[in-house]
Design a protein. Structure first.
Length: 673
């Protein structure tokens, strides 16, 4: 490159070489308010606090940015934020989608997989080990700890078992084994390899060199892996008395379940075709299984378990199913890795099902795809687009890389640095290209209108989780003390205090609020969320009580009340919502708005009105619906108002709350520049 002084890291040399070849100069660096906001949202999903912003602005040392990056990477909120991207890929949900008939739709311990992912990111678990544990954690344990009915041998081992949620928490397809295995093949190959191997289920892949035989080689791996009837225990409940009560109730319900199974068997043997009695038995069986799941999900004495796979006792190879038809078996194929990624002789898998051998083949530093795929995913989340713009497809139909040498360089660096994702994040965020302003320039846009060459930063809308968490953070109601734990229903009071990462996801009936903000389908691996602009997003910000009450909490507190004057209050709102001070014109506009209000600048809540009383009654009805939804065990289909049980009153708004609410609805509040 010619302008060597611009480059802060080796990444910048790759970027600048392309820019100079195209005759484009990069944008100037962004201002420090924007840079800290960008770093904070990118690394933790949260806006910086006023204290953090003040400390950064006051730090004139040459390594001030590096120190901020290290602080954010060490924050527990880093793992919470980056776990969400992986959960999109792992098609995480708290329900089974289409469970086998009469089964309860819930995964009672799905949250243990989410906690595992959070912890893996926070510990900077090497990515190759992350792969091994998600595909074969059980095979990494001592043989005695793999027994289906026993807990693992140590707390560390027990935690690793939760990683197998990656394979087990998908749609259950009414118990159709072939579809469940197809889903496991799809999530494994897309997430780690960026390949659509599931397309070869019925015929050779139409675009990539993946024959049907390769699909059934992987099919054999997962067909020899089964979910045990008794899920292994990660840790016992803390109270012995509660555990004793839990065990007694569990024995009672299991005994009732056996009675029902015996009665079903007797009905079949006797030839009794009484449909009404059969329906009664089915309803009773569903009730029993709901109560068993309730027990696992909510009883204080229930141990924490992991959703896992174990190998069958006698693994075998499986035949190709011609055209994917179960009754049309072809030749039997050995369990082994994909031919296109297997240089030389392809040895068959012999260690149990082959999951551990498959995981090692994927995580091998000699694999040309694995490191590139994860580097591309991390790059995409920082810049808004990947070096390859099809993050889940690196095959022949993939978008061409904008900077292929840079992708190679970072993939090699990731392996050399022990597969450390924090190393990669640090390198990206330290770079000059990451710290550019997002200002548009007609001269550069005429040459590169899509910004493929990264002459500026991309302007992006925050994800739903970031918008939700920023609202609560601005209001001072976000609880960051609890990292991990069980999922919270969208209508619960906890939804108004916990990070949106912990929202309970119903695979068949996701909350409308999530889908309105482009939450991906939990039925498929999603490496990138599409970004839409629809009226429902604005309507949520305008009308949702969770937004209105966040605005109220922002101004109805002693700190805000005790500020000396209107200008100081306007400044406080701008710092809380936009993480920058207002300019003079904004201060004047806000003051004029406040004083044009019928109640002036008063911070007192106006007296109730007929309209607010009616709204309060409606809020109480929503709270009752939320209670019913939580008690239904995932069978309640009505949409619930977010945090309905937290906000039971609809009091009129004072002028300052109205102003805060208006500012929360602006583009600047929901865009990351």
């Amino acid at each position: 490159v010619r302008n060597t002084g611009w480059c802060r890291t080796d990444i910048d040399r790759f970027i600048l070489a392309r820019l100079e070849a195209a005759g484009i100069a990069p944008n100037p660096p962004t201002d420090r308010h924007t840079l800290l906001r960008r770093l904070s949202y990118n690394l933790t999903g949260l806006p910086p606090t006023r204290a953090e912003m003040a400390a950064f602005l006051a730090d004139s040392s040459p390594d001030a940015v590096e120190r901020v990056i290290d602080r954010l990477l060490a924050s527990p909120q880093y793992g919470e934020h980056w776990a969400r991207y992986w959960l999109d890929l792992a098609r995480y949900a708290d329900t089974r989608g289409d469970p086998p008939r009469r089964e309860d739709p819930r995964f009672p311990h799905a949250w243990t997989y989410r906690d595992y992912v959070i912890d893996a990111f926070n510990r900077d678990l090497p990515y190759d080990q992350f792969i091994l544990e998600q595909l074969a954690a059980d095979r990494l344990l001592p043989a005695a700890s793999r027994h289906r009915a026993s807990p693992a041998s140590s707390e560390t081992d027990r935690t690793r078992l939760a990683a197998l949620g990656f394979l087990t928490l998908g749609n259950q397809f009414d118990g159709r084994r072939n579809d469940i295995i197809a889903d496991q093949i799809d999530v494994t190959t897309k997430a780690f390899l960026g390949l659509t191997v599931a397309c070869a289920r019925c015929h050779d892949h139409k675009f990539d060199p993946i024959p049907t035989e390769d699909y059934y080689s992987l099919y054999g791996v997962f067909a020899n892996s089964v979910v045990p009837r008794e899920l292994p225990i990660l840790r016992p409940a803390p109270s012995p008395d509660a555990t004793e009560d839990y065990l007694a109730r569990r024995r009672e319900w299991l005994a009732r379940e056996q009675e029902l199974l015996l009665e079903f068997r007797n009905l079949r043997r006797s030839g009794n075709r009484d449909p009404e009695r059969r329906r009664q038995l089915i309803r009773e069986q569903q009730r029993v299984r709901k109560n068993l799941t309730d027990l696992e999900s909510t009883h204080p004495g229930a141990p924490v378990r992991a959703h896992v796979l174990f190998d069958v006792d006698r693994p075998r190879d499986y035949p190709v199913l011609i055209r994917g038809e179960p009754g049309n078996a072809g030749k039997t194929v050995p369990r082994r890795f994909l031919e296109i990624l297997s240089p030389g002789e392809r040895p068959p898998f012999r260690d149990g099902s082959g999951r551990l051998e498959l995981a090692r083949a994927i995580a091998s530093p000699d694999n040309p795809l694995t490191a590139r795929v994860i580097v591309n995913r991390i790059w995409q989340q920082h810049f808004g687009a990947g070096i390859i713009d099809t993050p889940d497809d690196f095959g022949n139909m993939a978008a061409p890389p904008t900077h292929p040498e840079l992708l190679d360089f970072l993939a090699a660096g990731l392996i050399e640095h022990g597969w450390s994702l924090k190393w990669l994040q640090r390198e990206i965020t330290r770079s000059a290209v990451y710290q550019l302003s997002c200002l548009d320039r007609p001269d550069a846009a005429a040459i590169d209108p899509e910004n493929h060459l990264l002459w500026r930063a991309n302007l992006r809308r925050l994800s739903f989780e970031q918008i939700h968490d920023a609202l609560l953070a601005a209001a001072g109601t976000l609880d960051l003390s609890r990292v991990g734990g069980k999922s919270v229903r969208i209508g619960s009071a906890d939804f108004a205090t916990r990070r949106a990462l912990y929202t309970w996801i119903d695979r068949r009936n996701p909350a409308e609020l999530l889908t309105q903000f482009d939450f991906p389908s939990p039925d498929i691996p999603s490496g990138r969320r599409h970004s839409t602009i629809v009226p429902q997003q604005s309507l949520f910000l305008m009308n949702s009580p969770i937004v209105v009450e966040a605005a109220r909490a922002l101004v109805q507190n002693d700190t805000f009340r005790n500020l000396p004057d209107d200008e100081a209050r306007v400044r406080a709102l701008y710092l809380a919502i936009f993480q920058r001070p207002p300019i003079r014109r904004e201060v004047d506009l806000c003051r004029r708005y406040i004083h044009a209000n019928p109640d002036g600048a008063s911070l007192q809540t106006p007296p109730p009105t007929r309209r607010s009383r009616l709204a309060t009654r409606a809020a109480l009805r929503q709270a009752r619906l939320a209670e019913r939804a939580e008690a239904s065990g995932g069978r309640f289909r009505a949409q619930i108002e977010p945090a309905a049980r937290a906000h039971l009153r609809r009091d009129p708004l004072d002028a300052w709350t109205k102003l805060a609410h208006a500012l929360l609805q602006t583009n600047e509040a929901v865009l990351l520049n």
